[in-house]
Design a protein around this ligand. Structure first.
Ligand SMILES: Nc1ccn([C@@H]2O[C@H](COP(=O)(O)OP(=O)(O)OP(=O)(O)O)[C@@H](O)[C@H]2O)c(=O)n1
Ligand SMILES: C[C@](O)(CO)[C@H](O)COP(=O)(O)O
Length: 242
């Protein structure tokens, strides 16, 4: 179920084949706050609005589907419409992130051939990262914004004892946006539901089927707001010029 904004304009000369699903349907429990982290302000505006406006600034984006918790999907916050409302749809979130993604994908219009999934919890997404993942998805494979691991990684047991040091040579930290040929992502989610498989990101559902997925360099600005302390970090990062 989706609702479309009212007024707005479209430029018939622009080819808009990209559909973006911004997943904002979570409860943000790890912040310890009762206020939804995706609605809280970061660098002068609600976290979610940063991503909506960033994706709408890309000329090849046909539609942005915002997936909200059920209570908000029927009556979204008014500030959400500070964008090109003609390209905005609102869908209802699911119990798990991957269910929210599926609900958003189902509302993408038929003309969309490239599907992008982005966490509303990553408000400071950069234009360069968005363009990189879309460019790679256009080549027929999945693309994940990511950063190489630069810290030494330790595997630790339940007592806090280090079990071993993990070879980090080929390890990257996956972020979002993640972009895919639409048919690839839809097939991956159908298979995951059939096999009762969940995953913390969309790329994993494609990888398990042997679909090609590459990493593209993301940004430290692409950090995810997970815990309360991340809000101050995001505000500080927002001041950095990439
Ligand atoms: N059922 C869910 C769960 C998560 N998300 C979204 O997926 C993104 C990444 O998830 P996460 O950071 O884990 O957000 P929450 O699940 O809200 O956080 P927590 O796990 O702390 O409750 C967030 O933008 C969140 O809103 C979603 O749309 N639907
Ligand atoms: C999708 C993601 O942001 C990639 O790093 C991450 O897996 C989301 O994890 P979360 O536990 O749902 O925040």
């Amino acid at each position: 179920m989706a609702s479309r904004g009212e007024s707005g304009r479209t430029d018939p000369t622009v080819v808009r084949d990209v559909g973006v699903v911004i997943v904002a349907g979570g409860s943000g429990s790890r912040t310890g706050s009762t206020e939804l982290k995706q609605f809280r302000w970061v660098s002068g505006k609600p976290a979610l609005l940063h991503s909506v406006q960033a994706f709408m600034a890309r000329t090849d984006v046909a539609v942005v589907v915002v997936v909200l918790p059920k209570a908000y999907a029927a009556d979204p916050p008014p500030w959400l419409f500070q964008c090109d409302v003609d390209r905005l749809l609102v869908s209802v979130g699911g119990r798990e992130r991957h269910e929210s993604v599926v609900n958003g994908l189902e509302d993408l219009p038929e003309e969309v051939t490239v599907a992008v999934v982005h966490d509303a919890a990553r408000p400071l997404v950069t234009d360069a990262t968005i363009d990189r993942v879309i460019a790679e998805a256009r080549k027929g494979h999945g693309a994940v914004a990511a950063l190489p691991v630069v810290d030494t990684l330790k595997e630790v047991d339940e007592h806090g004892r280090i079990v071993r040091t993990v070879d980090r040579t080929h390890l990257w930290r996956a972020q979002t946006p993640q972009a895919f040929p639409r048919v690839m992502l839809e097939e991956a989610h159908v298979a995951a539901r059939r096999d009762s498989i969940g995953a913390t990101d969309d790329a994993a559902l494609c990888e398990r089927l042997g679909f090609p997925v590459v990493v593209v360099r993301g940004s430290e600005r692409g950090m995810k707001i997970t815990e309360e302390a991340d809000f101050a970090r995001a505000d500080a990062l927002s001041l950095l010029v990439e």
